[in-house]
Ligand binder design. Structure first.
Ligand code: NPW
Ligand code: ADP
Ligand code: K
Length: 497
């Protein structure tokens, strides 16, 4: 499913119009689809207010109110702006609403705003959508504040009023939705840390725009269904060499667990062979947790003898770690993933990445990405899509920017978003497990972007399954996720089990 900016959404509407789907048709489709989606959250006995704004989002509101009334719900359409502001497609649907025998109420006629809201059980916000610019003006601001304070169910259409569709906007006032019915395609703000909470839960309704006429967008969600579709199958005649021989360069005396978890996660994801290059003294602490792995010395490791290398977890941030990562970056010929401490020391010679011919994969969390880019964490969280794209293009790398919504970017700027996982993963070790899964995926996948995206979903989806099946978000450990992988593979593909 594509993820769009406001501009890309307007281009899609325009393309639909050129294909003969008039704006009023799309509005009818959007309003009806949203109404049928929203009623899943509404009881027949509920009293509903549909707030209608000046643009096409308000037009959707007239269709929604008419559909709800047709279905026998108790709904009032409240227009929050003067009549002359209702124009174009929205005016057509206002007329149909009135011709159906319904009355449009005006917010200006309401004397007792609080009492008015007290009488409602459900509020549907069809005031503003992707057309919002700057901070909310009156009367929107006042209505939004009243709604946010009232104890009722807050539903929204496309976007909660006031939430910007795109990234980069820090300050705004907005309607705090419990649930949002998103029209046609999710907008960037549905994935950003500072805007996503305003949506509440959300899902997307389809409004009849043929995908053949939609302009291509190089940004999409990657889900469990995509993993099922693309997961490499395991050939009956395969041998261990067929599934990837990987090297994990990680761990140290004080941080042995990281290398153990990355290696174990790689093996549990199906790698054929895993070798570990760690500090000599750390071997006894690591080996009991990954008996299947072999160990190689860092001084003599043959970096080009592997199908994939993952480096950096638990190596520390001192001069030795820096020299190690420099050596790895300049001598590894195959695909190379760098994580954690490896990213920290990489900053000094980022330019070396441009010279690599085989894929480089960097897996920072926002703090590590801020360090790599010299930006603040706040900036990274405000504009992760554009910053990730610029970085991936500049250095020619695959960038896995981790978080509740993980953004995976290819060197050519194509982006995928993985929304699986839960706050149980916000714990040391989760990143190490992910790096191991990604190491295997990068060795086995025909498409690097598909493989990395699937690796992120395998990690998050497994965390979700393990929590559903008995662990809680409080006690979930990275090792639980690793040991949950077999259950995930079992549900994903019959050819694997
Ligand atoms: N064919 C289509 O396009 C389809 C579109 N669809 C739907 O349309 C929505 C997009 O419609 P849209 O472009 O009319 O924008 P929308 O969000 O309704 O707002 C525009 C109004 O907002 C006002 N305004 C702006 N900022 C403001 C502020 N800070 N404070 C106060 N007011 C502010 C602005 O006023 P102005 O600045 O012009 O005075 C203008 O009047 C989209 O989200 C989806 O729901 C679906 O029906 C499918 C087909
Ligand atoms: N609240 C959350 N919801 C979903 N996934 C999360 C959440 N917090 C963290 N994660 C995931 O957990 C992993 C954490 O990685 P990282 O921050 O590198 O952990 P660490 O270095 O502590 O092991 C990433 O895959 C990230 O996407
Ligand atoms: K809205």
């Amino acid at each position: 499913m594509d993820i769009v900016t406001a501009q890309e959404m307007y281009e899609r509407d325009q393309a639909a119009a050129e294909a003969g789907l008039a704006g009023t048709m799309l509005m009818e489709n959007a309003g009806r689809a949203a109404a049928y989606d929203l009623v899943k959250h509404i009881q027949k006995s509920d009293r509903i207010i549909v707030w209608i704004g000046a643009g096409s989002n308000g037009g959707d509101g007239f269709v929604i109110a008419r559909t709800l009334l047709n279905l026998g719900y108790t709904a009032e359409a409240v227009q929050v702006v003067p009549d002359e502001k209702i124009k174009g497609d929205a005016a057509v649907h206002k007329q149909i609403f009135q011709a159906s025998g319904h009355t449009v109420k005006k917010w200006t006629d309401v004397e007792d705003a609080e009492g008015y809201l007290l009488r409602a059980d459900v509020s549907i916000d069809a005031m503003l959508g992707i057309g919002v610019q700057g901070d909310l003006r009156e009367p929107y601001k006042q209505i939004v504040q009243h709604c946010n304070e009232a104890s009722l169910l807050r539903l929204a259409v496309d976007l909660p009023t006031g939430v910007p569709a795109d990234e980069g906007v820090e300050e705004f006032t907005a309607y705090k939705a419990d649930y949002t019915s998103v029209i046609e395609a999710p907008k960037l703000s549905a994935f950003l840390q500072h805007t996503q909470p305003w949506y509440g839960q959300w899902s997307v309704v389809e409004i009849g725009i043929p995908s053949q006429v939609s302009p291509a967008v190089r940004r999409s969600m990657w889900t469990v269904e995509d993993v099922k579709r693309t997961l490499p199958s395991r050939d009956d005649h395969s041998h261990k060499g067929s599934h990837g021989k990987g090297l994990v360069i990680g761990g140290s005396l004080l941080m042995p667990g990281s290398a153990a978890m990355t290696s174990r996660a790689a093996l549990r994801s199906g790698a054929g062979l895993i070798a570990i290059a760690t500090e000599e003294g750390a071997v006894p602490s690591i080996s009991p947790y990954v008996q299947e792995a072999t160990f190689v010395e860092r001084e003599t490791m043959e970096l080009s003898a592997y199908d994939g290398v993952a480096a950096g977890m638990g190596i520390g941030r001192g001069a030795d770690a820096r020299a190690l990562v420099h050596h790895v970056v300049t001598h590894t010929k195959g695909p190379l993933l760098i994580d954690a401490d490896g990213l920290y020391v990489l900053k000094d010679f980022l330019g070396k990445l441009e010279k690599r011919e085989e894929p480089t994969i960097l897996t920072p969390h926002p703090g590590e990405f801020a360090h790599l880019t010299g930006r603040s964490i706040k900036d990274v969280l405000l504009s992760p899509f554009s910053l990730a794209e610029a970085f991936a293009r500049r250095y020619g790398v695959y960038l896995v920017l981790k978080g509740p919504s993980t953004i995976i970017t290819a060197p050519d700027g194509e982006q995928r978003v993985d929304v699986t996982g839960n706050s149980g993963l916000a714990k040391g070790g989760s990143g190490d497990a992910l790096a191991g899964i990604l190491l295997t995926m990068l060795m086995q996948s025909e498409s690097m972007l598909d493989g990395l995206s699937s690796g992120c979903v395998l990690h998050g989806h497994t965390a979700d399954r393990v929590v559903q099946q008995g662990r809680s978000k409080v006690d979930l450990l990275a090792t639980d996720v690793i040991e949950g992988l077999p259950g995930t593979f079992r549900t994903l593909s019959s050819s694997i089990t």
